[in-house]
Design a protein around this ligand. Structure first.
Ligand SMILES: Nc1ncnc2c1ncn2[C@@H]1O[C@H](COP(=O)(O)OP(=O)(O)OP(=O)(O)O)[C@@H](O)[C@H]1O
Ligand SMILES: [Mg+2]
Length: 439
């Protein structure tokens, strides 16, 4: 069944519809084309005589048939108005559109509506499909979105660069700080070393002299005890009681013993400070890591002695080519972190050994452990869970980069409540350095 335009619409209205810059097409219940305006004719390349009475899907086999059929059925059954925008279905009809401003030709973007055309009895007689060309708007908007995406990408790239810069600056700061501390420690150690040296050697002489003096006094006392002048004996006895000579003799020995121990400790601390800062050796050297661990432990002993028992489980290690003072910083950071993780009383294990030609140093603790979501962030500069003012969050990030500089790895294993283990893996020799002399 076909219709002439005049049968469907009043002539004037028909003429408007015929020429309007909008695709207009009427479909009957069977999906056959009843009306088709010039817009449709121009863009499809088929005039209305050629399509009238033909099925829509026959004319445009590329249309999404099931989807459109549902829309059409909806209009007939429910008198629904349906709409599709170019964002959802950019090119429902594959027409080409030209943009008025640039004259550029490309696929036409479309907004389409499906609306009911009612008959006199109020039933749906046709479905009116309109196709609006939105290419101009669409192209502009898409271009804007593209530019926006570019801008966003550039912005996040800039943010990334800024972060990188901050990281680099933070690490520089921290390593400068550590270098300064190292230098200070070495300077102090050097200054103390001289006086301690002569005090220590004088002390040995002094100890000898004191012994000799007591011997002399004893001799006098023995001789005096046998003297026949009773008054002289009483005078000597009174003097020795007034000075509490017996106590003095005993206590003198104890004082000398304790002072010698104290001096030995001072000497050890000075040596530890020197080892720790390794100021005498700023370059790559073959180092006994156990020595480094021990001197580091001595330097920070005050921070940990009340909280943790330190258990050493040292294996066989070959000398490691490294920057000794920097590795000591790593051990210091790990051991202090371990102590901080222990709430009241716990244990820190220092384990070393070799595995597959790698040297490892592990600092394990019985502390609070680390939440899984923190594990991946530990090595970020400024990541800290400590209160403001207590942790800068740089210890691990600096340690990480020092270990990386040694072509090694820093690994962590932990579960909340089950303590944590940080393992430094190092190659005994550096790839580019060749063999250095033991220092
Ligand atoms: N042994 C450990 N047990 C539990 N948590 C740890 C341990 N070591 C590190 N952490 C966690 O990792 C975080 C980062 O450690 P990092 O040493 O980098 O910084 P910090 O100790 O907080 O501050 P600082 O710069 O003073 O070292 C800590 O705040 C802590 O939450
Ligand atoms: Mg720390």
């Amino acid at each position: 069944m076909t219709f002439a335009l005049g049968e469907v619409l009043p002539a004037e209205l028909g003429a408007v519809l015929q020429n309007i810059n909008l695709g207009v097409l009427l479909l009957d219940r069977d999906g056959r084309v009843v009306f088709w305006n010039d817009f449709m004719a121009i863009h499809s390349g088929r005039d209305s005589a050629a399509v009238r009475g033909r099925l829509l899907f026959e004319i445009f086999p590329e249309l999404p048939q099931r989807w459109i059929q549902k829309k059409i059925d909806g209009v007939f059954a429910l008198q629904n108005l349906a709409f599709t925008s170019w964002q959802q279905r950019p090119h429902l009809f594959s027409f080409s559109g030209s943009r008025p401003v640039t004259g550029q030709t490309e696929r036409m973007y479309q907004n389409c509506t499906f609306s009911p055309v009612l008959d006199a009895a109020g039933g749906v007689k046709y479905v009116c499909l309109t196709v609006a060309d939105t290419s101009e708007v669409a192209v502009q908007q898409l271009e804007m979105e593209r530019l926006n995406r570019l801008l966003l990408a550039e912005k996040s790239e800039q943010a990334r660069l800024i972060r990188k810069l901050e990281d680099a600056q933070a690490q520089l700061l921290q390593s400068e700080k550590m270098a300064a501390i190292g230098q200070l420690a070495a300077g102090v150690a050097h200054e103390i070393n001289n006086p301690v040296g002569y005090v220590y050697s004088n002390f040995s002489s002094l100890e000898g002299y004191v012994g000799d003096l007591f011997k002399l006094i004893e001799t006098y006392r023995t001789v005096a005890a046998e003297h026949r002048d009773a008054a002289l004996r009483a005078q000597l006895e009174q003097a020795s009681q007034a000075l509490d000579y017996d106590f003095l003799r005993e206590d003198m020995a104890a004082l000398v013993r304790e002072s010698r121990q104290g001096l030995e400790r001072v000497k050890q601390i000075v040596q530890d400070l020197r080892d720790f800062s390794h100021i005498d050796s700023g370059d790559w050297q073959l180092v006994d890591l156990h020595k480094g661990l021990d001197s580091t432990l001595n330097v920070i002993w005050n921070e940990i002695k009340f909280k943790a028992e330190v258990v050493k489980d040292y294996g066989e290690l070959q000398l490691v080519q490294c920057l000794g003072s920097q590795l000591n910083q790593v051990f210091m950071n790990l051991i202090i972190n371990a102590a901080h993780a222990i709430d009241k009383q716990g244990t820190i294990w220092l384990e070393t050994g070799m595995q597959d030609d790698w040297v490892f140093v592990r600092v394990r603790d019985s502390g609070a452990g680390i939440a899984p979501e923190h594990l991946t962030r530990l090595f970020e500069p400024f990541f800290t869970t400590k209160p403001v003012g207590q942790g800068t969050g740089l210890g691990l990030s600096v340690s990480y980069s020092i270990v990386a500089k040694h072509h090694g790895r820093l690994e962590v294993e932990s579960e909340p409540g089950k303590g944590a283990a940080f393992t430094v893996w190092l190659p005994p020799r550096q790839p580019s350095q060749g063999d250095a002399e033991a220092g």
